[in-house]
Design a binder for this molecule. Structure first.
Ligand code: GLN
Ligand code: ZN
Length: 785
């Protein structure tokens, strides 16, 4: 084994989509048949080299293994699946004679093909990234497939860079996997760990032979509570890493544990013989003195301190960080400095945001700035704080101006949030409200029929809508012209819904570029970026807004001005049928933004909730009797440790209630959640106290209703009857069957009929056909109840 010291400064990963989203463009061109595989590969290779050059420019070493070679074209878990040759049985035909998947085959796993659904996409820990879930059964083959990893190492070497290949580690790989369809009941992918280790061993040997001094194995699943008890996990981890460290001819091993603390798994990880262990010091805990013991002494692992937040955009407290690092070093640990998580959760470079207020910009650190912070901390740790006094002072000054800046703390907002009482999150009893709502004529069209039909909000965002928005942004359409365009679009959508015979209409959300950014653009305390894209999955990126200050609606006075009301009122003015007002909930706004880190999230959530409460009140006053507040991200922020979940669910549910409890009994509050597995949040969904909740249910064929029924959920419920994730049009009979199944679990008086989610990514053709079937099926079902 080579013994090259672990670099003093490193990052665990970097944005891979490119400063100008080059990878996104290259991938989409290739998938669309507009470029060749060689062109894609060469764009990807260029991006790798450009990244290395940039990182070296920013102060990382070119040849000390500080550069992670982590450049998945689609997803890092998919790349590990491919590297392990863990070909899911339903994709077995794609493997070559040696059982390996090439790049095109891996894209089929990622995107599906005519006859096959892709691997399932699931949330990556408590982030807004989504990974492809490996499918492992008792007979899934494992075979080392190192060619891409080796090619990356060699290409880098040819340009003078000694890089550190990255793989998902064996424990996390199996913990992130799900049992495949052929697996017998009770099968757990973790059972395959002993068979997987030799494959890792072979990959490690091949990488060492290719010149990698260090390999990074990511074990983020070890910071989350898992279905297996901690002791069992501890012995699995011990077995895995003592086996890997015993491999002859291996590179040195660097294990990362981002997104939290490994807790009791720290011991087996640190003492297994791995040469370096990363701890997330931002989300996780600083090791206690007795834990520092694991890092003491010549042969112990290097403690790679994830001191700079890879998951948020604020400039670090460098002086404080340096003190903590020095403390760890004084405790006897050999300390290197790193990011807490891969930097792919943040955009590339704040210097690109020339339209951002310069003061706000001075408070921010995107990936490139964070690399600088890490380099500074490492230098300070080696040479003393004096050596980096200038940088420490600058960082301190930025934090000071941030603390005192106008807008960061708004006395009126704080006073309002500070004087809330329990009554502000209480509505009348749900039964009282239901009685008030059931007899109500929301509009002149009379009371709603049983099994009312509706949609979850957005209608197709057509090329024309997007073009008009782009032209407005570019100044080619005046405000008045754009406004007129949107009003016509709303009218079209209203007429279509009338023709289709839907009962509760929506305005279609054509004015919203994005369900969070649109709100950020209309609330004080938020900023939006121009280039701040981060990968959500595959080639898909989002541009999170930055919540930097106290939140209230823009405009005069504490309560500011309504911004959704004009659109929704316009829609309502066009029709007799009730139009549902549509808002994004406080937790979702937080989850899909970069949020200030200088106060508890619950406080920030309450400010957002109060702004929404004002909007809800204005909608009600404008005659809107049904108001939906979407919380698709409620589960996303759920803490990874069960012990932390009740506190989170407490504040997040309260924030939703704060936004929605200011209305009269007869005003009907809806919410929409984007998923169908509730698990630990099922109680919280009831706690939201919404009158009607729409959820995803078509794909699971209403299975989710069993959970809700078991939890005693008795409110209005709209289980989706149309899976909107594909262009497929469900037949009327199919929807009738789903409704029949739903009626086995839900009384007719509380059942609503709607699609799984918004229609903005769908085309009009399938939208019309599917909604026709939906309305017809609801009518048939109505006759039977
Ligand atoms: N109202 C939103 C829409 O229909 C909800 C989207 C979502 O849940 N992600 O588009
Ligand atoms: Zn949804």
């Amino acid at each position: 084994m080579t013994t090259v010291p672990f670099p003093a400064a490193t990052i665990t990963g970097y944005p891979r989509i490119g400063r100008r989203r080059e990878l996104k463009k290259a991938l989409e061109a290739y998938w669309a048949g507009r470029s060749t595989r060689e062109e894609l590969e060469s764009a990807a290779a260029d991006l790798q080299l450009a990244t290395y050059r940039r990182l070296v420019e920013l102060g990382l070493g070119a040849q000390d293994s500080s550069l992670p070679a982590a450049f998945p074209l689609y997803d890092q878990v998919l790349d590990t699946t491919v590297a392990l040759g863990a070909v899911p049985s339903r994709f077995a035909d794609l493997a070559d004679a040696e059982g390996r998947l090439d790049l095109d085959a891996s894209f089929v796993l990622a995107r599906g093909d005519a006859g096959r659904a892709p691997l399932e996409l699931t949330k990556w820990f408590d982030t807004n990234y989504h990974y492809l879930v490996p499918e492992i059964g008792p007979r899934t083959p494992f075979r080392a497939t190192a060619d891409r990893l080796v090619a990356d190492v060699r290409r880098a070497a040819a340009h003078g860079f000694t890089v550190r290949p990255v793989l998902v580690g064996p424990a996390s790989f199996l913990l992130l996997a799900k049992a495949d369809d052929d697996a017998p009941a009770g099968f757990d992918p973790l059972q395959r760990l002993p068979e997987l280790l030799p494959v890792y061993a072979e990959l490690l040997q091949e990488l060492a032979a290719a010149g990698a001094d260090w390999v990074q194995l990511e074990e983020p699943a070890l910071v989350a509570d898992q279905h297996v008890p901690a002791e069992q996990l501890a012995s699995a981890v011990w077995d895995a890493y003592t086996a890997l460290t015993a491999v002859a001819g291996r590179p040195q091993l660097f294990v990362t544990t981002s997104y939290g603390s490994p807790g009791p798994l720290l011991h087996p990880l640190a003492c297994s013989g791995v040469e370096a262990l990363h701890l997330d010091l931002v989300k996780g805990a600083t090791p206690a003195p007795e834990e520092l013991e694991f890092f003491r002494g010549e042969d112990s692992a290097v403690l790679v301190a994830g001191a700079v937040d890879g998951h948020n955009v604020w400039r670090a407290d460098l002086a404080g960080g340096l003190d903590r690092l020095a403390e760890l070093a004084r405790g006897g640990a050999q300390v290197s400095v790193a990011s807490s998580t891969s930097l792919f959760h943040v955009p590339h470079d704040v210097a690109e945001e020339t339209r951002l207020d310069p003061q706000l910009r001075s408070w921010l650190a995107f990936a490139d700035q964070k690399v600088g912070e890490i380099v500074t901390l490492a230098r300070g740790l080696a040479a003393g704080a004096e050596a980096v006094a200038g940088q420490l002072a600058e960082a301190a000054e930025a934090r000071r101006t941030r603390q005192d800046a106008a807008g960061v703390r708004d006395a009126a907002v704080r006073e309002r949030a500070g004087s809330l009482t329990a009554a502000d999150i209480e509505r009348a009893d749900a039964a009282v409200r239901r009685a008030a709502q059931e007899g109500r004529s929301f509009t002149a069209s009379g009371p709603l029929p049983p099994l009312p039909t509706t949609t979850t909000g957005s209608f197709p965002q057509t090329a024309e809508v997007r073009a008009a928005r782009a032209r407005h942004r570019a100044g080619a359409l005046t405000d008045a012209e754009y406004d007129a365009f949107l009003r016509e679009e709303i009218e079209r959508v209203v007429r279509l819904q009338e023709e289709l015979g839907l009962d509760v209409l929506v305005h279609g959300e054509a004015e919203r570029n994005d369900m969070v950014q649109y709100f950020a653009e209309h609330l004080d305390g938020f900023a939006t970026t121009v280039h701040g894209w981060v990968q959500s999955y595959g080639s898909r990126c989002t541009r999170p807004s930055i919540l930097w200050g106290d939140v209230s609606r823009q405009g005069e006075g504490l309560r500011g001005e309504a911004f959704t009301v004009p659109w929704i009122r316009h829609a309502q003015s066009l029709t007799d049928r009730p139009v549902k007002g549509m808002l994004t909930g406080p937790v979702t706004i937080l989850a899909w933004s970069f949020v200030r880190d200088d106060q508890p999230l619950g406080e920030t959530a309450n400010q957002v909730a109060l702004a929404l409460r004002d909007e809800v009140a204005d909608l009600e006053a404008a005659g809107i009797g049904i108001i939906q507040v979407d919380e698709p991200a409620l589960r996303e922020l759920l803490p990874l440790r069960r012990a932390d979940q009740p506190a989170y669910l407490g504040w997040s549910v309260d924030a939703f209630r704060l936004a929605t409890s200011g209305v009269r009994d007869e005003t009907q509050i809806h919410t929409h959640l984007c998923y169908s597995e509730f698990g630990e949040v099922v109680g919280a969904i009831d706690g939201l106290d919404a009158d009607v909740t729409s959820i995803e249910a078509a794909r699971s064929r209403m299975e989710v209703l069993t959970d809700l029924e078991a939890a005693g959920f008795s409110r209005g419920i709209g289980p989706g009857v149309w899976d909107i994730h594909s262009p497929r049009v469900p037949s009327q009979e199919e929807i009738e069957q789903l409704l029949e199944r739903a009626l086995e679990h839900v009384p007719a008086r509380t059942l609503w009929v709607n699609p799984d989610c918004g229609l903005k990514t769908r085309g009009y053709e399938e939208t019309k056909a599917s909604l026709e079937h939906l309305v017809a099926a609801a009518r048939t079902a109505r006759e039977r109840v």
